[in-house]
Each structure stands twice: as structure tokens, then as C-alpha cells.
Design a protein around this ligand. Sequence first.
Ligand code: IMP
Ligand code: MG
Length: 174
Amino acid sequence: MSDRAPGDVLVSRDDLTARVREMAAEISADYAGRDLLVIGILKGAVFFTADLVRELAIPCEIDFMAVSSYGSATHSSGVVRITKDLDVAVEGRDVLLVEDVIDSGRTLRYLMRNLAARDPASLETCALLSKPAADRLDLRTRYVGFHLPDVFVVGYGLDAGERYRELPYISVLS
Ligand code: IMP
Ligand code: MG
């Protein structure tokens, strides 16, 4: 368990609700008339994915993948292992990958390559949060909820050593 604790609220519950609603409206417009497959990345994106799909105005299918990245609790090494793969095939599907936070961007880059190799009709990404390092990478993240400074955050699915995921807001770990 971490010896640090959640401090200042960075994104409030109301701000999360409002932004998720906006993102869902944008996605609904972009994918109108298409057959959307939403892929949430466990565990961090579980609440974001659940809230997002419930605000969509279009039908979709939902699946999840779990990955573990080798490295310390607060830094990913970029070496990613799939610990739970999809139940459905993505070939020919319009796929939207939903991530909690992009830090270095290595996890997302790995997943994009992995999924692209399965021949989806289209593949886009949606991240609730993005940090400065990710903004410098050419990841072409189609939808980003909030751009964060270089701080470690917890809550709304995000953890520090598996703690604090249940907080209904996003808080800086201090
Ligand atoms: P990346 O591969 O460096 O982009 O790291 C992405 C993954 O690291 C995320 O899916 C999270 O699991 C974790 N991560 C990065 N920054 C944070 C943070 O501020 N809080 C909690 N987890 C984080
Ligand atoms: Mg994590």
C-alpha cells in the first residue's frame, strides 16, 4: 500500500460528469450509423467506460482487455502483457479503445499496434486524461477528456498500488 494519500481534487465529480457527456455526444455524432465496438482497458478505465457508454446516443458493443505493464507502481516500462484478451473479434469492426490516462503513451501505442494487426475497419482512441509526455508523442488520440500536468493522480478508476480507484473524483496523490 502507498504511503501517500489523495490530496487536492483536480477534477471534480461534476466536471467528470459534464466532460464525459460532451465526449459521448461527440462520439455519438462521429459514429452515427456505424457499428461501434468500445474496448475498455481494465481496470483503470472501468468507471469511465461505464459512464461513457451510458451517455452514448448510438448502440454499441462493449468488451474489455486487461494489460499489465512491467515497471514500478508509478511508471510504466512500455513492456506490456495482455492478461485478459477480448471475447469478440475486432476484424471489420469500428473500434474505440478507451483508456484512463496516457502518461508516456507506451501502453496505448502497444495496444494500438496489437489491435491494428487484427484488421479492424477503423481504430480510434479515447482517453479520459492525458499527460504532457503523451501530448508530445504522435499517438493521434481522437478524444481526450482532460489534459493534465505531470502529476500522479488517483480516483475514478485510477489507482496507486490498487488503492483509491473508488473515489468519485480525480485527486492528486501527495
Ligand atoms: P503509459 O504507458 O506511460 O502511457 O502509462 C499508462 C498507464 O500507467 C495507465 O493505464 C495507468 O495504469 C498508469 N498511470 C499513468 N499515470 C498514472 C496516474 O497518474 N495515476 C494512476 N495510474 C497512472
Ligand atoms: Mg494502473
